[in-house]
Design a protein around this ligand. Structure first.
Ligand code: ADA
Ligand code: CA
Ligand code: CA
Ligand code: CA
Length: 200
């Protein structure tokens, strides 16, 4: 917490919760900064179950996610992910899935470590905002899906992000009109800020 730019201190868990199936949340869930773990194998196989499914308009906050973390958080529509900390990202950390071009997904505070490939995976339409967030030892902080069956236009706004040992901040498909905006970015080591792809 603190900092406002993703430079705050990484929290310790207040307890731990082993889950064995996806937690299908209501419109508001506060995890009390406990550690949740137990879905999937911690590796990169696709189609692992998510840890948490958040409904359209829902908020998940104050959660620590530990391995194995499966497919992370799924936002079925607009959502807020506030002060959520991934100690070891699973296949990815969260997936944004709305079919509406006006969907807004907000990641506010928190951080992610050890995402072998992607942290935030944008498969639906709309705009992902990532603010006051830190990422360590990961591939891409954000990727607009390059091969999903719906070639939506996808947008990302990063405001107050600190990256360490991370290869790429955003990967977007310029042929589909995706956009990425950056402000208050701090990079330790080297990173590509925006990698442009051709979606297929
Ligand atoms: C890979 C895959 C995509 C999608 C994504 C995900 O990037 O190529 O089609 O499945 O993973 O949602 O994890
Ligand atoms: Ca994937
Ligand atoms: Ca990992
Ligand atoms: Ca995934």
């Amino acid at each position: 917490s603190g900092g406002g730019d993703g430079s705050g201190s990484w929290p310790s868990a207040t307890g731990s919760v082993h889950i064995t199936s996806t937690q299908v949340l209501g419109s508001f869930f506060d995890g009390g900064l406990k550690s949740y773990y137990g879905i999937g194998d911690g590796g990169q196989s696709e189609s692992q179950d998510p840890m948490f499914e958040v409904p359209n308009g829902g908020t998940i906050q104050n959660v620590i996610i530990d391995a194995p973390a499966g497919d992370g958080i799924h936002c079925l529509g607009s959502c807020t992910i506030r002060n959520v900390w991934w100690n070891d990202v699973g296949e990815d950390a969260a997936t944004f899935m709305s079919s509406s071009s006006s969907a807004t997904y907000l990641v506010d505070g928190g951080g992610a470590k050890s995402g072998s490939d992607k942290v935030f995976q944008h498969n639906g339409a709309g705009t992902v905002t990532i603010k006051n967030f830190q990422v360590h030892s990961s591939g891409k902080l954000y990727r607009a899906c390059g091969n999903c069956s719906s070639s939506y236009q996808r947008h990302v706004v990063m405001n107050g992000v600190t990256a360490r040992s991370t290869k790429v901040l955003a990967g977007i498909n310029t042929n589909w009109g995706d956009t990425a905006r950056f402000s208050r970015i701090t990079i330790y080591g080297s990173a590509t800020v925006c990698e442009k792809y051709k979606g297929v």
